[in-house]
Design a protein around this ligand. Structure first.
Ligand SMILES: [Mg+2]
Length: 188
């Protein structure tokens, strides 16, 4: 029996531009260009501590998350995943503030419609791992933990991870890798 893959899509850094939203709050429009390639921790690169960064974001309540812009490849990526499996879910970790839960849900409704329910909001992404399950995420740790728990993961190329060399065209790598994983899964 061929099992349909279940594909999980991350929000921040994959479908939505967290860094641009943060740059807007700080009034640094070119924030992404200022980041050192491959370094995930943004705060010290702009002279802040992590606590200061989250405090700054918290001041904006849920609207920070609600207004987080989608990346230009948003629909292309969702369509790609949909082409492989009707079983796909948004898998996103809430930030420190509980406002992020509300704001993220509003963002999803903005992009997918009021009745959208295809989401899992949890910091424990590894619990969703397993055979035929694929995670697309920009965070190395989430990808590693997902694979260590029996799933497959695609590290979505972004300036702040080890795939930064492909950050200008993250879809090309994602398409190729997803195709390979799914071919491999089917032949197992
Ligand atoms: Mg992310």
């Amino acid at each position: 029996m061929i099992l349909k893959p279940i594909i999980f899509l991350d929000m921040d850094g994959v479908l939505f531009d967290f860094v641009a939203a943060f740059g807007k709050v700080l009034n640094i429009p070119d924030i992404e260009e200022r980041l050192t390639p491959g370094v995930r921790n943004i705060a010290p690169q702009i002279g802040m501590t992590k606590d200061e960064m989250w405090e700054k974001i918290s001041l904006h309540g849920s609207s920070f998350w609600q207004e987080m812009p989608e990346y230009p490849w948003f629909h292309e990526l969702v369509d790609l995943v949909e082409d492989y499996s009707s079983e796909w879910y948004i898998l996103s970790s809430p930030a420190r503030s509980s406002d992020s839960l509300k704001g993220k849900l509003e963002s999803l409704k903005r992009m997918f419609g009021e009745r959208f329910r295809r989401y899992i909001l949890t910091p424990n992404k590894r619990l969703l791992a397993g055979r035929n399950r694929i995670l697309i995420d920009d965070y190395e740790r989430h990808c590693e933990e997902f694979e260590n728990n029996g799933g497959k993961a695609i590290l979505f190329p972004r300036q702040w991870n080890s795939h930064h060399g492909m950050a200008n065209d993250p879809m090309n790598y994602t398409k190729t890798t997803l195709a390979k994983i799914i071919e491999g899964t089917l032949s197992e």
